[in-house]
Write a protein that binds this ligand. Structure first.
Ligand code: PMP
Length: 351
């Protein structure tokens, strides 16, 4: 810590979910990756790019990719910016769209990287509690002059979606930059991306890590007014999305069949998982994502987390108010879900 600056010394670090080395020995339901692999078309596109062309830099603005984003999600190409995962987008947002003497606000509980990035950039923030039903308390986000707010749609870790009418009413009054993080939105289809046409202070972020099964490739996309997009381009690393990542993301957007398959399989599996957990005495928050947020009527969530881990099953448990009673469980394949339920039943019987 000798050479760390004061911000680095004082900030709370972001703790990602475990990625064990002996990964094949685990059932991994802890980091919301997709249960199904990318299709052969997507893998072939990446492999094809794995050639002598790797001596060449990639297209600096990922132009083919942003064009296909516009064809797929609407808006125009100039409304899109590609990054090395949506986490890079947040990093750029904190660097480029808020000053150090300004204030940010995020819901709690939500994706804790927002808090970490705010601290890492020396920006003070308020945590605004979700309401009892885990919906966003928009009125509280208008109580102070916030320069940056981030809403997560659907929210990690609760799985609850953003209310469209509530967001529109909020945006009609709000003057700062508003980000809607839609890393998981494809599992519900309730996107706010079209609102970029109406609000020049709105940034919607998307990820290829969840519905597109490409967490290992690192691609995230921002949709916003072209003025914000120009800002992103000004501060990004020159070649922030590598050749393999661009090729994979382009192929993933073209392959609508495998996309629809993955999303519908996961949504079906989610229903099965939720119903099975109901029978075991769990209460699950209705989820719009590829994970569920659930708690047991009598057994402590941390105990369940630890016992599952002893049995080589990883789920996510967070310490903190309103979190520590819950488990966040990624929706796996049917084989993974059945194996998980079998172990869970035996743990419950034992306790
Ligand atoms: N937003 C949310 C809400 C997430 O949960 C995650 C991943 N854990 C991300 C963004 C990051 O996505 P990416 O892999 O695109 O950086």
């Amino acid at each position: 810590m000798k050479y760390w600056n004061s911000t680095l010394k004082s900030m709370t670090e972001y703790i990602p979910g475990e990625q064990p080395e002996d990964i094949d020995e685990y059932i991994k339901l802890n980091t919301n990756e997709n249960a199904f692999p990318p299709s052969a078309d997507i893998l072939n596109a990446i492999t094809k790019e794995c050639s002598g062309n790797l001596r060449l830099y990639p297209n600096p603005d990922a132009e083919t990719l942003t064009k296909i984003c516009a064809d797929t999600w609407g808006l125009s190409q100039s409304n899109y910016f590609a990054a090395n995962g949506s986490d890079e987008l947040f990093s750029l947002i904190f660097r480029g769209f808020i000053d150090r003497d300004q204030l940010a606000a995020f819901s709690y509980p939500s994706y804790s990287l927002y808090y970490t990035m705010s601290e890492a950039n020396g920006i003070a923030y308020d945590k605004i509690d979700l309401k009892d039903d885990f919906s966003i308390d928009f009125a509280k986000f208008l109580k102070k002059k916030y320069a940056l707010v981030i809403f997560c749609n659907p929210n990690n870790p609760t799985g609850t979606g953003v209310n469209r009418e509530g967001l529109i009413k909020f945006l009609e009054k709000y003057k700062g930059v508003a980000v809607v993080d839609e890393a998981y939105v494809d599992f519900s289809g309730n996107s706010m991306i079209d609102l970029v046409n109406s609000f020049d202070n709105l940034i919607v972020t998307r990820s290829f890590s969840k519905s597109y099964s490409l967490a290992g490739l690192r691609v995230g996309i921002a949709a916003a007014h072209r003025d914000i997009i120009e800002g992103f381009k000004k501060i990004k690393d020159s070649y922030n999305v590598d050749r393999l990542a661009q090729a994979g993301a382009i192929a993933a957007l073209k392959d609508k069949k495998s996309f629809n398959y993955r999303v519908s399989m996961i949504n079906n599996n989610k229903d099965y998982l939720t119903e099975s957990l109901d029978e075991l005495g769990f209460k699950t928050v209705p989820s719009e994502a590829n994970f569920i947020f659930t708690n047991h009527s009598s057994i402590d969530a941390k105990t369940l987390y630890e016992k599952l881990k002893e049995n080589k099953i990883l789920v996510r448990h967070f310490d903190g108010p309103r979190l520590s009673n819950y488990l966040r469980i990624t929706v796996g394949s049917m084989i993974e879900i059945k194996a998980f339920l079998k172990v869970l039943r035996s743990i419950i019987d034992e306790i």
